[in-house]
Design a protein around this ligand. Sequence first.
Ligand SMILES: Nc1ncnc2c1ncn2[C@@H]1O[C@H](COP(=O)(O)OP(=O)(O)OP(=O)(O)O)[C@@H](O)[C@H]1O
Ligand SMILES: [Mg+2]
Length: 314
Amino acid sequence: MHEPVLSIRGLTKTYRGGTRALDNVDLDIRKGEIFALLGPNGAGKTTLIGAVCGLVRPTGGTIAAFGHDLARDWRAARARIGLVPQELSTDMFETVRRAVTYSQGLFGKRHDPARIEEILRGLSLWDKRDTQIRALSGGMKRRVLIAKALAHEPELLFLDEPTAGVDVELRKGMWDQIAALKERGVTIILTTHYIEEAEEMADRVGIIRGGRILMVDEKHAMMERLGTTEAVIDLSEPLAALPPAIAAFPVELAGEGMRLVYRGGSGAGGGAAEVARLTQALTRTGIAYTSLDIHDSSLEDIFVGLLGAQEVSA
Ligand SMILES: Nc1ncnc2c1ncn2[C@@H]1O[C@H](COP(=O)(O)OP(=O)(O)OP(=O)(O)O)[C@@H](O)[C@H]1O
Ligand SMILES: [Mg+2]
């Protein structure tokens, strides 16, 4: 087990006015991982990032990055941490290339035009290199923020909603860029509302709500543990009610009796054997079906289920 790159203990933030945005957060981030922080609006994601990046002053708790306590030894860690902020507040009158070049020099990196070109081409911004940032579209502006963070070459990079407002095709391109950073050994913490993005990229996922971390786990373990199997079976003839042999399975009748929906099994693929038994039971009971579609629940299903359950118990 590696020494964590980032170690957060008991982190609390109460804003003036009394909003408790972070409530006793403990979190360790491992070197070289992509960690996705998922949570609804107002969960505390940006506040958490701001606390690590020196933009938000914590009310309590400790943060250590690269073994340095940030409260005491801020400068040692700062140059090694990069941030792509959620809010667009960059130098609007600069050209793309100058803004990105400035970021490269900010923490003492040598000016490297070839690297800047590589970054801008990788983000489909090379054609816009001499355009003022204010003349770019929203999605392009967001990509400039990413280019700036890449130019700085941090070892620990925060991406706060990196692909918000970016179209699907370019989003895929950005995922490739982020994957390439991981290849270079960069540790990445990202927040996103696109759960597909976390599912695609993250090694581990943390779920935060109301300033509390509800769960942190390997993405695959989370899907394994909380995932379920869903099967949709279209029937040849409508059923008025479920025969007892079928009702013993976790199924519901839908589509005016023309469809059976199975939800069960624990863990990815765990329901497949039961679905096989279900289809055998259908055949034995003389119920014919025309199609069977079986799939495992996504991270999104798990996420919505988990937050929904919290809502009920809150
Ligand atoms: N500067 C501030 N002053 C007072 N309250 C704030 C401030 N910034 C954030 N908050 C409050 O803290 C809570 C957490 O906000 P935060 O921006 O961290 O959420 P988030 O998880 O990033 O949400 P989103 O998904 O919408 O970006 C919210 O209730 C928010 O209203
Ligand atoms: Mg936010």
